[in-house]
Design a binder for this molecule. Sequence first.
Ligand code: M6R
Length: 428
Amino acid sequence: MIAHLIEEAWEGDFAAAVRGVLPLLEGSYAILALCADTDEVVAARERSPLVLGLGDDEFFACSDATPPLSHIPGIFWSWKTGDLAVIRRGSVAVENGGETVVRETTYIDYDVEASRKGGFEHFMLKEIFEQPDVFQQSFRLACKHHGISMLLSRARGISVIACGTSYNAALLFRYFVEKECGVPVRVDLASEYRYLSTPGDEIVIAVSQSGETADTLSALKKAASSNCATIAITNVQGGSSITRAADDTIYTGGAGPEISVAATKSYMGQYAAFVGLLAGMSCSDMSAVERSVRQAIEESLLTDVNEAVSLCVGASTLFYVGRGIFYPVALEGALKMKEISYIHAEGYAAGEIKHGPPFALLSKDTPAVAVCLPGDGYQSMLGNLREMKARGTPLIGIGYGDDIDLQDVADVCIPVPPKGTHMRRWLR
Ligand code: M6R
């Protein structure tokens, strides 16, 4: 359609034809228009990602900075709304509203190795194994944002907006902050935020791995236009749309691009950023946390889960259950199972099982994964597991290796390292 509109507007000047068509377009777009008769590429965007990489005598226009980085030194042009770029051999001219403009360039410091598989069979595996580093670096970076932590600890309310995995990570923050600091936290799906009221005196945190998710970006803009202070937590260094729209940004350090679509290490980075902020908010000395969590993640990555996997093979539905902070973990487990295996999975707050259909649906063909660690809700959780067991559900328990009660009810136990004791303060 756009090509036809350009053809109709054509009066001998290609760039002028594209320029004339843009006001007719509705919605969000990023386009590169090429003309067979000239050597020009005209680039334009409206609320969709588009970056322009500047090399020696070559230019790359892409939706993401990663692909061109193996070809150019990492210099990108900061694109503003309404900008239109006319790329010719050896030159690029930018205009906005008919005026020629000069835009600043941004340097993206990026390790190209990060976008290779580094000996792993596939990217998801590589990214899962990057989690110890991602945790450590993201935690350190977030701890440096002491000013933001102080602001949050004094806030009347905090709202967190995100989609998918980022939303599940945000739910964790709610449990942490409300328990530790008593500041009320609201967590909303960014795609629903437009239908909800926005109290103007809140601090709004937008969480997005890519920094480009349209729903999160428009929710963030809504919050900003309601005079909320806005903070972004994102994985993309050097100017994503969400970073540009927020007052301040916390980067999930070391996470690098998530090439595998399933969010794994970025979830860990977001978790670490939240724990780092919490450390500042509660003025806790968390120096031991960094080391012990890193070690716990490393150990977890070496855990043999084959027995648990065998229990799930052939299942058409899986249930993931947890209480307290493990409820969001169950949601994320179910999301990952669905996304990666295409086996249907449901994440449930364990206490809700009896309020919904699961009891009627549970059978020997519906395995359940339960996160169950001693602390708040532990006895109730064991009770829930016994009820599930009574329906023949094969149970996979994730908990401490020496937990006899869990071993008693679960068919298979996946032990979590006892070094994860940093969690215990939120389990009480
Ligand atoms: O880039 P974002 O964090 O904003 O993306 C949000 C979701 O689309 C994303 O988390 C999605 O749910 C994951 N890829 C699932 O693994």
